[in-house]
Design a protein around this ligand. Sequence first.
Ligand SMILES: C[S@@+](CC[C@H](N)C(=O)[O-])C[C@H]1O[C@@H](n2cnc3c(N)ncnc32)[C@H](O)[C@@H]1O
Length: 284
Amino acid sequence: MSGFSADWLALREPYDLTAMNPAVRDAAIASIAGLDPVAIVDLGTGTASGLRALAPLIPARQTWRLVDNDLSLLARAADTERPARVQVSAVPVDLALDLEAALDGAVDLVTTTALLDLVSAPWLERLTVECAARRLPFYATLSYDGRIEFTPRDAGDAAIVAAVNAHQRTDKGFGPALGPKAAAEAIVRFTTVGYFVDRQPADWVLGPHDREIQNELLAGWASAAREIGAPELDDVVAWLTRRRDLVAAGRSSMRVGHIDVFARPTEMRRADRSQSNSTSPSRR
Ligand SMILES: C[S@@+](CC[C@H](N)C(=O)[O-])C[C@H]1O[C@@H](n2cnc3c(N)ncnc32)[C@H](O)[C@@H]1O
């Protein structure tokens, strides 16, 4: 178990799909144009929402390597509905321990959705080095960036958001997490190794009718604040009650900030389909 329930991932998926930045997504798809078949690795795949978002937009035959350390989510990912031209393999890997195994073999594009803010600075460095060594393009969507805006505002919002962002920096299995800094760090690191990097906002915009996801988020943020230990428990409970009342009354809206990043090496290699792509021939 990873702590990410299939129910939560299913609840957020349509909001992720709406939020994904189309320009960044199109740049990622363009990077594999002309390849058929194309080999894609999805890191921290969950139930394969990344595949469901991207695969229909890619006309080529595709092989997706779906990587996660949660066997229950991975089983659902392997069973996901997909176009006939799409093949999947579900690969149970603890990415904190064995990132390199996830990337070995034929790969044309590395993707990940809502994972980057969980990882640590040293792990992101490893990822950057491994991608750069293989000259692989990297597409990371829905990295939380620390912005939560509530309408209407409440006097307790700022303290809760501060606690949530502190909680985001705690260890999520990869060492102290980058949390809200993750996308910015990825941009710096990939730029440093000579990649072109596109980045655009991909915010969740939740309206008064989006009651279920708003209530889930509020409960999660209150729990995070309790774990951090600030604000005081009474204040957290009072804030949660006021905000839930607004949701129930159909008067609550929220914007949750995310960033999409696509990093492309200046020169890419075509995946060698028999061996590691570190020895593959030039792609263009
Ligand atoms: C926020 S969920 C995102 C899931 C999916 N990409 C999506 O957007 O619906 C993070 C995912 O990363 C996976 N994950 C977390 N730590 C991991 C690790 N050390 N190794 C492999 N997967 C991990 C979780 O199991 C979970 O599926």
